[in-house]
Design a protein around this ligand. Sequence first.
Ligand SMILES: Cc1cc2nc3c(=O)[nH]c(=O)nc-3n(C[C@H](O)[C@H](O)[C@H](O)COP(=O)(O)O)c2cc1C
Length: 218
Amino acid sequence: MSLPGEAVRRTPHAGRAQEDPGRPGRGQEEPGRLDRAQVDPGRLDRAQVDLRDAFRAAMARVCTPVCVATTLDRGRPHGTTVSAFTSLSMSPPMVLMALDRGSDLLALIRRTGRLGLNILAGGQSDLALCFARKGADKFADAEWSAESGAARLAGAAAWVGCAVSDLIDGGDHVIVLGTVLRAEAADAAPLTYHARTFGTHCPNADCLNAACACSRGV
Ligand SMILES: Cc1cc2nc3c(=O)[nH]c(=O)nc-3n(C[C@H](O)[C@H](O)[C@H](O)COP(=O)(O)O)c2cc1C
């Protein structure tokens, strides 16, 4: 049993491949876990709806990167568009990303223990939209190759291949921790997502000035 706010850890190979780890079975509501109203939009009261909408609007102000996270399931690629990812650690190199509990990719990752992050380039918003659909055919028109047990897309700004090292419940999402096996960057501007619109990064005019700290790599 977990305490309020305490993360519940599951290993990727815990033998519960298709099971939703954070959701108790019928009649097994665990004390200390999230109240159902917090994860079931159908059971929210007015104040909770207002908070959810305000939170959504606030998060739309965050400019995020966009990647297609992938794995290979018995040689077949599966991928999902993800903006909730970031680097986590340098020693060892690790990344984290958050996947909705209902994600098909999440169910596959529990089984395969492998994860690839294709950090999309500025011109790849069509791929971002394609991989944001549900279904098993998302790679039908994609150019890809197998690497690190995952699918690497051609033309991405960067590639990071990982072994999944932990899965941690976080509300209606699951945080996936990946230990980096391989990383490669291309000379391409990244795709970004802000205010529900795709774009790319433009340096501020004053940052192009040699005196700016960011141009010195600080
Ligand atoms: C720009 C963008 C960012 C997204 N970021 C995430 C994310 O961080 N985590 C997530 O679970 N879904 C995210 N999604 C939604 C998934 O891509 C979408 O639900 C997808 O259909 C899930 O596919 P799957 O069930 O095959 O994993 C995002 C969608 C878009 C368009």
